[in-house]
Design a protein around this ligand. Structure first.
Ligand code: SAM
Length: 212
């Protein structure tokens, strides 16, 4: 039912330069965003905008998910940590990128959102995403090191535990600031850190020990 709308959205994301690679394009064509959207908003599933998912939180706009996936250069088989599960949609896209041999650990501070995200992921048979409840600003030490870490909410600065839990070499992507923030990529290689600023964005705040 939503296939044509999904195709059109993906075509636009490619045309606008947000989707750059075949793998990311295929992931967006494969994951049904409507399964991650509350019933009363389903008709807006393929509008390129954030949407309400309850608890004052949002599912990110598709173009933002695309920007983050492309910036992280995610590879098959990698171990990923996501801070801020929300609806589970972004994790489902990343699941397509790491394939069956990869794994995504995602942590959400609201239990009700984590439960719903698990259900959403089950509905689309996504089995390599593990959803945890807790304060993701401290990372998830149990499964470190991670090849890639990304935060889907705005942090006051890059949380040190996330830098510590990143593999060398590895990439960490964090929106830094208040609601209006700068998408910031930290690359770790041979014990050196290089920071790149990728542009302005808007996110809900990271709330927690290393958050707001
Ligand atoms: N990636 C999500 C998706 O595809 O639906 C959207 C995430 S939403 C923009 C940001 C999420 O981060 C919210 O669900 C919020 O509750 C969560 N969050 C905020 N602070 C957090 C923290 N310290 N630990 C874990 N999750 C947190």
């Amino acid at each position: 039912m939503f296939e044509q709308e999904r195709d059109r959205l993906v075509r636009n994301l490619c045309k606008e330069g947000y989707i750059k690679t075949k793998l990311v394009k295929q992931a967006f064509l494969t994951v049904p965003r409507e399964e991650f959207i509350p019933d009363f908003l389903k008709n807006y599933s393929y509008v390129d905008t954030p949407l309400d998912i309850g608890n004052g939180q949002t599912i990110s706009a598709p173009h933002m998910v695309a920007i983050m996936c492309e910036a992280l250069d995610i590879k098959k088989g990698q171990r990923i940590l996501e801070i801020g599960t929300g609806s589970g949609y972004h994790a489902a896209i990343v699941s397509q990128l790491v394939r069956e041999t990869g794994r995504i650990y995602t942590i959400e501070r609201f239990e009700s959102l984590a439960i719903k995200a698990k259900q959403n992921l089950q509905t689309i048979n996504c089995s390599n995403v593990i959803v945890e409840v807790g304060d993701g600003s401290c990372g998830l030490p149990l499964h470190q090191p991670y090849d890639r870490i990304y935060v889907t909410c705005a942090a006051p600065s890059i949380p040190q535990p996330l830098i510590d839990q990143l593999r060398d070499p590895g990439k960490l992507l964090v929106p830094v600031g208040d609601m209006y923030c700068e998408l910031t990529l930290l690359e770790k290689e041979k014990q050196k850190h290089t920071v790149h600023h990728l542009g302005g964005c808007v996110f809900v705040p990271l709330v927690g020990r290393y958050g707001h």
